[in-house]
Design a protein around this ligand. Structure first.
Ligand code: PLP
Length: 375
């Protein structure tokens, strides 16, 4: 493949010394679950996004499930969310036994239509999960107002938007809980499953920590009478961030700003050269896109993707078909046509390669390939 969507091996070759040393440090310490790397990463990551607390968990999916459990969303509750999302955006809600309510997206940002969200609120609504789609932040300020007006919990799925900003502030503290994924395909990526929740409320932070780690309260792990006994206060998951992933993430966090800068530069090259030929993604005033994906839209999408693949250029139709049209959700009876903007986008979008693994000439060859596909 001449222009791959991602190239983890290249990153490793370029940073082998730091990565090897981080992993070796954990191996030598012999501490794989309760060592120093996870708390150090949590504190560095919370600082980086400007949140009061970060709790490392095993994946973005685990972050969403832990958030819903900690906010006590459950049976009989409705959760309003969007359907152009990772499958975890539906399975996490069903996992806690709540009901999914999908609303449509705004055409420009691909994020939740805030008017549609407010219109979908019923007496059973308990929470909103907004998604920062492709790296563009959802309208978190307006969604906070809506959630407060109706007494709802607000979760932000920022799994693909680390480093995105609203009015100069990084995402991570706009919602009650912000969920991040550090899966290998994300902007800040580990070498396996990893994720985090960020929160402002210290009690909520403790609850997420307890629920993601066996239901064990970190402050009263052991009984007072006998410090060889472990205490468990609730049912919980075993979905913690592990020491090796945390050590790797600490190395990569140092490189995150440069990673975001390269993505931003590549996105502006694409936009400058493809504007007019296809629909190029936007960045609303006062919002900063993290550019996890560079997503074009065209009625001739399939011609473009066929041409790119023939030229050895990686491309993807991410988060399409939307969740309401996935076989696993057919029982929810959202017919084709029920979310017109979501469906329109799903039929037209194509993600182009973007990221620090690409050279300028590779970006150039993607531009030429899109241009020649449409000639
Ligand atoms: C990747 C992703 C998730 C799930 O994260 P995992 O770490 O794969 O469990 C959730 N939401 C969005 C938007 C994602 O892209």
């Amino acid at each position: 493949m001449s222009v791959p969507l991602s190239d983890h091996a290249k990153f490793y070759r370029e940073h082998q010394r730091e990565i090897d040393s981080a992993i070796r440090g954990v191996l030598r310490s012999g501490r794989f679950d309760t060592g120093p790397e996870v708390p150090a990463f949590e504190s560095e990551f919370a600082d980086w996004v400007g949140a009061s607390h970060a709790i490392g968990v095993g994946s973005g999916t685990a972050a969403l499930i832990s958030a819903l459990l900690a906010l006590e969303v459950g049976s009989g509750d409705e959760v309003i969310t969007v359907a152009n999302n990772d499958i975890a955006g539906a399975s996490s809600i069903r996992f806690v036994d709540a009901d999914i309510v999908w609303v449509d997206i705004a055409r420009d940002t691909k994020c939740m239509d805030t008017g549609a969200c407010e219109a979908a609120i019923t007496p059973r609504t308990r929470a909103i999960i907004a998604v920062d789609m492709y790296g563009h932040p959802a309208e978190m300020t307006e969604l906070r107002r809506i959630a407060d007006r109706h007494g709802l919990r607000l979760i932000e799925d920022a799994c693909i938007a680390v480093g995105a900003e609203i009015q100069g502030r990084r995402v991570g503290s706009f919602a009650d809980v912000t969920c991040f994924s550090f899966a290998p395909g994300k902007i800040l990526s580990a070498y396996g499953g990893a994720g985090a929740c960020t929160v402002e409320d210290p009690e909520l932070a403790e609850r997420i920590r307890m629920l993601s780690a066996y239901g064990q309260n970190p402050n009263t792990r052991r009984s007072r009478q006998n410090d060889l006994e472990f205490l468990f206060e609730s049912d919980g998951l075993n979905t913690r961030l592990d020491e090796i992933q945390a050590a790797i993430l600490r190395v990569k966090l140092q490189l995150l700003e440069e990673n975001l800068r390269v993505r931003r530069d590549q996105a502006s090259v694409y936009t400058e050269r493809l504007r007019g030929l296809v629909d190029t993604p936007i960045e609303r005033p006062n919002y900063r896109h993290a550019w996890r994906n560079y997503t074009i839209e065209s009625s001739r999408r399939d011609e473009i993707s066929d041409h790119l693949i023939a030229q050895g250029i990686g491309c993807a139709m991410l988060y399409a078909p939307p969740l309401h049209l996935q076989p696993v959700n057919s029982g929810l009876e959202y017919a084709t046509g029920s979310l017109p903007e979501t469906e329109r986008s799903g039929e037209r979008l194509l993600c182009l390669p973007i990221g620090p693994h690409l050279t300028e000439s590779q970006v150039d060859s993607v531009v030429h390939a899109v241009q020649s596909a449409l000639q």
